[in-house]
Design a protein around this ligand. Structure first.
Ligand code: AMP
Ligand code: GLY
Length: 429
């Protein structure tokens, strides 16, 4: 098989690393890829959002499967264009990708089909949005409807903050047209879990759960980032809860999209809050999570390609393999200043020594080669990932490897997965 992976971050490196191990694969490409991906795949200089160029490459080079990592090209219709050209694609068409591309669409779909989620209403008029914030009372959450690079959900502790959030989204257009419509919703408390399932248009099969660490500093402090680390599995998310989420959230959502003429093929990422009243959907994403994907793939059993193909082609699922009991953790190494301004082009040392440690894989996020040297090229630079017999061992292995790596200004969280090991209660927000 000839496979193209679209994207160039650590999530795509993890997918390429896993796909490259499949005996089904003859040729593996990535667009645009990165220096880590280049060890397993031929990197093609086409941007992940260059829809027409990606379709041209996939048809010219006769791809049997295209696996799309990021959401933007899916929301822009990459999967529809590939399908029209006769290329199988892992990732939903634009109409189904609206589940991530429009929070109002996702919330309305859930409301119509009884999928448990926070109480909400949708507004394109600021005074009405402010009035509804008062009806719900603080704390309350204001969300830009459209794609906002993970920054569009504003958790407001007071009504004054909520008024400010409405102004920021709707009046000052901090997220451009993505904030012209907002969803205002009830604030939920509990443990947050990222749950991943695969869908083939008609039906879904579970993968696994992970937990992300979104803020830049230890103890869930500081501004939000793209993700500073993740671990998998999540102890609270046991087999019974997985079954409940599949039956009450994932399968009804996939069935609803199919009935409404938007069959969903690809990975469905349910961002869940495990509340005292049961799991509630915070958001859906139309792709794997980053850094959750890195922790998932290193502990995933067997060959992932048959499942990706079944999803893409709308075929029955291969016999599920049991996930081994081992745990995985990924730690993001970030550039100095991230998630604010940061420098790039700084030399990176120690990646090979880190990767040589048992159980460790170093996935590249924002790296480049300059004169044959590996240098920084983004805010999130590396995703140091380790598997172990249990979470404590995986954490020890990952941080041992982190200790081998150096670049100027490098920073990372030191507490990825630690709260789960201590099994403390989640901090109050
Ligand atoms: P979202 O982009 O919708 O996943 O929101 C980003 C983050 O905001 C989530 O990961 C949560 O930490 C937080 N959040 C979103 N919605 C809610 C909610 N209804 N209650 C509490 N926290 C929320
Ligand atoms: N880690 C969260 C996301 O990928 O959206």
């Amino acid at each position: 098989m000839r496979i193209l992976v679209v994207g160039g971050g650590a999530r795509e490196h993890a997918l390429v690393w896993k796909i490259a191990q499949s005996p089904l694969v003859d040729a593996l490409y990535a667009a645009p890829g990165n220096p880590g991906i280049a060890r397993h795949a031929a990197c093609v200089p086409v941007a992940a959002d260059a829809v027409a160029d990606l379709v041209a490459f996939a048809t010219r080079e006769r791809m049997d499967l295209v696996v799309v990592g990021p959401e933007a090209p899916l929301v822009a219709g990459l999967a529809d264009r590939l399908e029209a050209a006769g290329v199988a694609v892992f990732g939903p068409g634009a109409s189904a990708a609206r589940i991530e591309g429009s929070k109002a669409f996702a919330k309305d779909l859930m409301a119509r089909h009884g999928v448990p989620t926070a109480r909400f209403a949708t507004f394109d008029d600021p005074p009405r949005a402010r009035r509804y914030c008062r009806e719900l009372g603080a704390p309350v959450v204001v969300k830009a409807d459209g794609l906002a690079a993970g920054k569009g959900a504003l958790v407001c502790r007071t009504l004054a903050e909520a008024d400010e959030a409405v102004a920021e989204c709707m009046e000052r257009r901090a997220f451009g047209t993505a904030g012209a419509t907002v969803v205002v919703e009830e604030f939920l408390t509990g443990e947050e879990v990222s749950f991943f399932a695969l869908a083939n248009g008609a039906d879904a099969t579970p993968l696994a759960a992970a937990q992300d660490h979104k803020t830049v500093f230890d103890g869930d402090r500081g501004p939000n980032t793209g993700g500073m680390g993740a671990f998998s599995p999540v102890a609270a998310f046991d087999a019974a809860l997985e079954k409940q989420v599949m039956e009450t959230i994932v399968r009804p959502t996939i069935a609803a999209l199919a009935r409404e003429g938007a069959p969903y093929r690809g990975a469905l990422f349910a961002g869940l809050m495990l509340t005292a009243d049961g799991p509630r959907v915070l958001e859906f994403n139309c792709r794997f999570g980053d850094p959750e994907c890195q922790a998932l793939v290193v502990r995933a059993p067997g060959d992932l390609v048959p499942a990706l193909l079944a999803a893409a082609r709308g075929e029955p699922w291969p016999a599920p393999a049991a996930w081994p009991a081992r745990a995985a953790v990924s730690v993001t190494l970030a550039s100095g200043g991230y998630p604010g301004k940061y420098a790039t082009g700084l030399p990176i040392e120690g990646v090979d020594a880190a990767a040589a440690r048992p159980g460790v894989t170093v996935f590249h996020a924002g790296t480049a080669l300059a004169g044959g040297r590996l240098v920084t090229a983004g805010g999130r630079v590396l995703s140091v990932t380790a598997v172990g017999e249990d979470l404590a061992r995986a954490i020890a292995a990952a941080y041992g490897a982190v200790g081998e790596i150096r670049f100027e200004g490098m920073h990372h969280r030191t507490d990825i997965g630690r709260r789960a090991v201590r099994a403390e209660a989640p901090p109050r927000r």
